[in-house]
Design a binder for this molecule. Sequence first.
Ligand SMILES: Cc1cc2nc3c(=O)[nH]c(=O)nc-3n(C[C@H](O)[C@H](O)[C@H](O)COP(=O)(O)O)c2cc1C
Length: 281
Amino acid sequence: MTDFARALHARYAMPAASPDPAAEWAAATPHPVVDSLLRHCSVRAFLPDPVPEATLLSLVAAAQSASTSSNLQTWSVVAVRDPDRKARLAEVTGGQAHVRECPLLLMWIADLSRLDRVAEVTGVPADADRYLEMFLVSVVDAALAAQNAVVAGEAMGLGAVYIGAMRNRPEQVARELALPPRAFAVFGLCLGRADPARPASVKPRLLPSAVLHHEQYQVDTARERAGFARYDSVMREFQASQRMPAADWTAQSSSRVRGPESLSGRDRLVAALAALGFPLD
Ligand SMILES: Cc1cc2nc3c(=O)[nH]c(=O)nc-3n(C[C@H](O)[C@H](O)[C@H](O)COP(=O)(O)O)c2cc1C
């Protein structure tokens, strides 16, 4: 088996002779960029070594190279290195230790405030900024940019993990980062050298056939449920290999979306966004 095929099989925890047609197709087209994407795993244990400014600039250049809706570039990023600020932000996330420990925390901002400042220059009001569409544009832009930074960072030997828990308390995060109105921290991203003593592993995914449809969305319920059962057992094994409590993916996922109480405060996001200048009309 080639290294590429091995990486693909690890991504899906597949036996060597895979019955999944989409995976077999992908195995036939090895590529170094895809190979590196297949090896992604979130890193939550970092060495304290600082991330040099030149590396940060490379990450930002990679992020700015992502596509951006209408070239509006409706995102910004705040690089946080100050230990006290990281500690306060870690507290917002429910005390996630990696937020404190990572040498570099990048906060990705859906940022319509720059267009407000452009409006001051042109004298043309930016009234469309209050609509849900423009909020979505800025969130998508920020996410695409961040993922480019993750891919670049991993290519440069850094580890990364997104921190969506920054949305637990958006107003507090906005104050911490001195964000102007119409700027919202979508998520954080911990970056740094992975601690080799606490290595991360590739987390298997649902098989490609679970997410790939041809021409139209079709669900074969029996096949899908068989896929869930297979993935539950794959994830139980993965959790055990990580010395984490065994849990079915279906049960964990259901619990994550059980109700507003499972959203860690994010059930009030609409009100928080309104307070930050996003009425979402
Ligand atoms: C938008 C987003 C937010 C996330 N938030 C957190 C978080 O707050 N804390 C954390 O430890 N991991 C977080 N993660 C990481 C996911 O848990 C992780 O990507 C997922 O379990 C798959 O594992 P992998 O990235 O190692 O493949 C987040 C990922 C994304 C994409």
